[in-house]
Design a protein around this ligand. Structure first.
Ligand SMILES: Cc1cc2nc3c(=O)[nH]c(=O)nc-3n(C[C@H](O)[C@H](O)[C@H](O)COP(=O)(O)OP(=O)(O)OC[C@H]3O[C@@H](n4cnc5c(N)ncnc54)[C@H](O)[C@@H]3O)c2cc1C
Length: 498
């Protein structure tokens, strides 16, 4: 039985292991499960229990001091399985361009490329029980019997986003038994890591302090440590440990916080006989949907950030309870012809709503700070200063202009009511609950917090897992890349420890 309630331990019970993983969400569970048969001694420290409890969840409260968004205790879940206990499970790998250093996007560029992650993306696909053909255009076309639009010279591309089945998406539930059965892993529930301690030189983590809500103080010692507490909390713990030389004020820890922006950005009226089902239709054979994005050359020519545009059939009035196929039937009626290129759609035209997911550009002033409020342990809570830049808004505006031109020129339809020039001032964007960037990866210690292996610069034994290491953010939902990086890190840790 390797599930231990940390509240029952005494202060003398130091937790000793080869590898200590903090956080049992997507990243922490992926690493632990990968090493479950390794024979290593692994301590998995998790703040919550196997089920949600309000007192532990309240440790996630904090202040939003920048762009308004969902409250911090609502956008994250603090128990075994982490935020995957309520994620939507839409997944896709990043695009090759997302890893590139792009001259028109300051601070862009990963020290690794898509080819470095490809084998681990394959493992992430298996881990989530997705078919080999996930993300494949032809497979989706066959499954739903509709084709994607093809644009000349690939100026606009179609991409498939996969949805993990209900059976496999709650990682805390699906992995609980495997983690519990492992002889290598001891999972400590209700164990809140409060501080990291370093050796005199600051190069090595020597131990962690753990607090429990019933007042116990414990410590954990390991040869190597991984922080896997999510995109905000990873930075918070480093900032809280600044007396140890980690996350000093003015440094990079906590900076470059990003969240994908989502906004309704216009309507598309399909033209002529062109069908749109490829983009939105789902069914038992296709747990996926598709989106449009500008191709690399078009992005480079326009100096644009990445952006994906989804089409959502506008439901006819009082259509609640009807499924999307009803919207398709409506789209097939005479009104369809009114959507031909160059003709006014008219108020009865069967338009589709356009929904954008925008890649924000890296912004050092957008950051996780420590606020003045304190939690039950007396630890400073997060003050999240999320900032958008004018580039984000201008890039989206120009992307939609470009897309409207391409869609119109190809005869696929026309795009109306576009995102306005004054951008996010008039269209209220939302965050996607994708917390990224606060411990960014760069091979230069002056420009990043972790190196290409997710090891903290200047430390010999501290690694970071999760989207906090993303130096740029693409438009893909982050968890697929979190998993791929976690599997890569697990392999590296195994090499270091055996
Ligand atoms: C409503 C919603 C929908 C989403 N939909 C999608 C989607 O469709 N696709 C997608 O890719 N992503 C989606 N996400 C984001 C996704 O949930 C996260 O990217 C993912 O869960 C991050 O994994 P993680 O392991 O880094 O963090 P988490 O899953 O948040 O896990 C962190 C773990 O660390 C623990 N922890 C925190 N602090 C401490 C501490 N001090 N001591 C010990 N343990 C600690 C927590 O209890 C938690 O278990 C969604 C998020 C939300 C809120």
């Amino acid at each position: 039985m390797a599930l231990i309630d940390a509240r029952t331990l005494s202060g003398h019970d130091a937790i000793e292991s080869d590898l200590c993983i903090v956080g049992a969400g997507a990243a922490g569970l992926a690493i632990a499960s990968q090493l479950a048969d390794s024979g290593l001694r692994i301590a998995l420290l998790e703040s919550g229990g196997l089920n949600p409890d309000p007192k532990t969840q309240s440790l996630y409260t904090g202040q939003m001091v920048g762009q308004p968004d969902a409250e911090l205790h609502q956008s994250r879940l603090r128990y075994f399985g982490g935020t995957t206990n309520h994620w939507s499970a839409h997944v896709r790998p990043l695009e090759p361009i997302d890893f590139d250093s792009r001259a028109w996007i300051p601070h862009s560029g990963w020290p690794i490329g898509l080819s470095d992650l490809a084998p681990y993306y394959a493992r992430a696909r298996e881990f989530l029980h997705l078919p080999v053909t996930a993300f494949d255009l032809r497979a989706r076309a066959q499954a739903i019997r509709h084709q994607p639009w093809v644009f000349p010279e690939d100026r606009v591309l179609t991409q498939v986003i996969q949805i993990v089945t209900k059976k496999h998406r709650r990682l805390g539930r699906t992995l609980r038994y495997r983690i519990r059965a492992s002889r290598s892993i001891r999972t400590y529930l209700f164990a809140n890591v409060l501080r990291l301690h370093t050796s005199e030189s600051g190069k090595r983590i020597t131990k962690l302090t753990i607090g429990t809500l019933n007042g116990r103080r414990l410590s954990a010692r390991a040869r190597h440590y991984v922080l896997a507490m999510g995109g905000i909390e990873n930075a918070r713990l480093l900032l809280l440990s600044s007396q140890e030389g980690l996350g000093r004020d003015g440094g990079l820890v906590g900076r470059f916080f990003a969240n994908h922006l989502e906004a309704g950005v216009g309507q598309l009226v399909p033209g002529g006989k062109h069908r749109t089902e490829f983009y939105w239709k789902r069914g038992p054979a296709a747990q996926s949907y598709a989106a449009l994005r500008l191709a690399r050359g078009t992005l480079a020519a326009g100096k644009l950030a990445n952006c994906r545009i989804q089409m959502i059939p506008a439901r006819p009035k009082r259509a609640s309870g009807l499924d999307l196929d009803i919207a398709r039937v409506v789209a097939d009626t005479d009104a369809m012809s009114a959507g031909r290129l160059g003709l006014a759609g008219g108020k009865h035209a069967p338009s589709l709503n356009l929904h954008a997911i925008v890649e924000p550009v890296p912004n050092p002033d957008s950051r996780v700070r420590l606020g003045s409020e304190r939690d039950i342990f007396g630890q400073r809570k997060v003050a999240l200063d999320w900032r958008l830049s004018d580039f984000d808004s201008a890039s989206l505006h120009r992307t939609l202009d470009q897309l409207a031109v391409e869609v119109g020129a190809s005869g696929f339809g026309r795009i109306n009511d576009l995102f306005p020039e004054d951008g996010f001032r008039s269209v209220d964007p939302r965050g996607s609950f994708h917390h990224m960037g606060t411990t960014r990866m760069h091979s230069d210690p002056g420009k990043g917090v972790v190196d290409a292996d997710c090891r903290m610069h200047g430390s010999t034994n501290l690694h970071i897992a999760g989207s906090s290491v993303f130096p740029t953010y693409g438009t893909a939902n982050p968890t697929f890349t979190i998993l791929a990086l976690a599997f890569r890190l697990a392999e590296r840790l195994k090499d270091l420890l055996t």
